[in-house]
Design a protein around this ligand. Structure first.
Ligand SMILES: [Fe+2]
Length: 198
């Protein structure tokens, strides 16, 4: 008997981009943030997710700082979730620009002992995480959980990608993930955003 082929039949991709001219953009991005408001969740994590309604007032400044990077992504015609070869129902998805549909943006900062437990970002988006203050010698990137168990062992499958400060991870918004506890005394800050799909 001859082995004919071994092939993965399910696939899940995440994407990693690197912001250009990071050293110039980092202080500009950090200047946008203010976690001093009473509305800011302070216990598990400092987050402006709950302040006000809709996007934070720094959205336009934020996108202006990163416009070249986002243009790169759109100019490359980035296709999220390309149509699987054997798909009968699926279709490819493309990212909406902020003009086509409103993006969702929030920022989170983790001091020593802070974390964000397992969650997902709902359906219909590519979710993104920009690592604004990230020291890879003491911090870990986002931990992802497979949507299905290891079929052979039944164990949950986890993955923590390698990232550097200034990287952006893109992942399907339904994918479970968490920010594990910051065990260091070095602050870890991320900007999270959801890009609607079309
Ligand atoms: Fe998240």
């Amino acid at each position: 008997m001859n082995l004919i082929a071994t092939a993965p039949i399910f696939q899940l991709n995440i994407y990693k981009y690197s912001v250009t001219n990071w050293e110039e953009k980092k202080p500009k991005l950090l200047q946008l943030l203010d976690f001093s408001s009473d509305d800011v969740l302070q216990s598990e994590v400092q987050s402006d997710f709950f302040t006000g309604k809709g996007n934070p007032d720094y959205f336009d400044d934020w996108i202006n700082i990163l416009k070249d990077d986002f243009n790169d992504i759109f100019n490359q015609g980035h296709v999220i979730a390309p149509l699987p070869v054997n798909s009968v129902h699926g279709r490819e998805h493309l990212l909406c620009t902020p003009k086509e549909q409103q993006w969702q943006l929030w920022s989170q900062s983790y001091n020593e002992g802070q974390y964000h437990s397992v969650h997902n970002h709902g359906i219909g988006f590519i979710s993104c995480c920009l690592y604004v203050e990230f020291d890879k010698t003491v911090h870990k990137a986002t931990k992802f959980y497979s949507p299905f168990l290891d079929p052979m062992t039944g164990f949950s499958q986890e993955s923590i990608p390698e990232v550097d400060e200034g990287d952006i991870l893109l992942f399907p918004s339904t994918l479970l993930h968490e920010a594990t506890i910051n065990t260091s005394n070095v602050k870890r800050t991320v900007m999270a955003f959801n890009i609607p799909l079309k």
